[in-house]
Design a protein. Structure first.
Length: 384
């Protein structure tokens, strides 16, 4: 029986970033290693993106070296053609198509300038969005991807580790935490007042006002949506995404993406790009220090303190996700053990941070059991 949190063998169902949309123009196919799987991504003549397990069921050739024929992908070796549902539609040497001539297909979506893949043929939800930016045209800038030498679940706790905001980043804010969970999304909002004991704190109050807030939305345990500069004056809210993906080398691939509402006109263009630049500046102000932590960590939950309640909530949330067919090995069932069911004691109403106090609203819906799932069909291939 296995937990999902910090477990390299388990890949939760969710949207995983593949590559920039521009990397797959019309009638192009490429293969990628995604969460331990080889996946062929192709764009048909109609402009739509499709994804299949990469290895042809005939003799196992990677479809990524093949070609796109209309809205089908053809294997380079013997020219078998597959549609976006993974069904073989043509074998040049014969009319009969054997029953086993199929491939696992995957749901895809294009958003924020990237192609995303879901480890099943149908996705129950879309790629996560910022509530404030829904129904708006977006301006998006992708930064260079990076890697961290730990599991992506560990990287993702960075935004809700309230202790390190003061110990590492010296953020002079007295914070209160509120939590909301809906399905596979969980929102952490931290808000409070700037302290007023030294020049840095007084400068923050003078520029931004007395209050500050930011929020982290986690989706599927592999996507983080950060909203900064909430409840401040002068500066509109800043939005940033972190797309996470485990790699076979035992590291985490991270793609930072800056997002804002696109504004019309020359003045609007200047404001839009100023906000994107401020988002990048905020990210770079913290990235180096955080990298020192997450490239040099052996994470343990054995001695969490009451102030670490947000992290405990996050771990329980991850252990409540559903394993995907990409998990390896394929156990018959998963259970929430250790942190999934560990008793952290009663949730305190306030937590001491030394200089300030973190107040916690601990109300979350009860987690459901994980149940079971079927092994991946891609492991059984038919000969042709």
């Amino acid at each position: 029986m296995t937990t999902i949190f910090n477990n390299w063998d388990i890949v939760a169902r969710g949207w995983y970033l593949v590559t920039a949309s521009k990397e797959i123009p019309k009638e192009t196919v490429k293969s990628f290693d995604i969460c331990g799987q080889r996946i062929a991504i192709f764009r048909g003549q109609d402009g739509n993106i499709r994804a299949l397990d990469a290895y042809c069921p005939h003799m196992g050739t990677d479809l990524g070296i093949g070609s796109v024929d209309g809205n089908h992908v053809r294997c380079f070796f013997h020219h078998w053609a597959f549609d976006g549902d993974g069904q073989c539609q043509d074998i040049p040497c014969q009319d009969h198509i054997p029953a086993g001539a199929t491939l696992q297909s995957y749901a895809t979506e294009e958003k924020y300038g990237f192609i995303w893949i879901y480890p099943d043929s149908v996705a129950p939800t879309a790629v996560a969005e910022f509530d404030e930016l829904k129904h708006h045209e977006l301006a998006v800038v992708a930064d260079r991807p990076l890697t961290r030498k730990c599991h992506h679940h560990i990287c993702m706790i960075n935004g809700i580790d309230v202790q390190h905001l003061q110990t590492v980043h010296h953020l002079p804010v007295d914070l209160e935490l509120s939590l909301e969970q809906e399905g596979e999304h969980i929102d952490f909002t931290l808000s409070g007042e700037f302290l007023n004991t030294n020049w840095r704190e007084r400068l923050g109050r003078a520029i931004l006002g007395p209050r500050y807030a930011y929020s982290m939305r986690y989706a599927h345990g592999c996507l983080g949506l950060l909203t900064m500069m909430k409840a401040v004056r002068w500066i509109p809210q800043l939005y940033m995404l972190y797309a996470y993906r485990p790699t076979e080398s035992g590291e985490t691939f991270i793609q930072p993406i800056y997002v804002t509402q696109k504004r019309p006109g020359i003045i609007g263009w200047l404001i839009t790009h100023l906000l994107l630049w401020l988002t990048r500046l905020s990210y770079y102000a913290l990235r180096g220090e955080d990298g020192m932590i997450y490239d040099n960590i052996r994470f343990s939950t054995e001695r969490l303190l009451p102030v670490d309640a947000p992290i405990a909530h996050y771990v329980r949330y991850v252990n409540g996700l559903v394993p995907s067919r990409w998990s390896s090995p394929h156990p018959n069932a998963f259970s929430q053990e250790h942190l999934g069911s560990q008793d952290f004691g009663p949730h305190p109403k306030s937590l001491s941070l030394g200089r300030g106090t973190l107040k916690v609203n601990p109300k979350l819906p009860r987690q459901n059991s994980l149940g079971s799932f079927s092994p991946s069909p891609w492991g059984e291939r038919a000969g042709g």
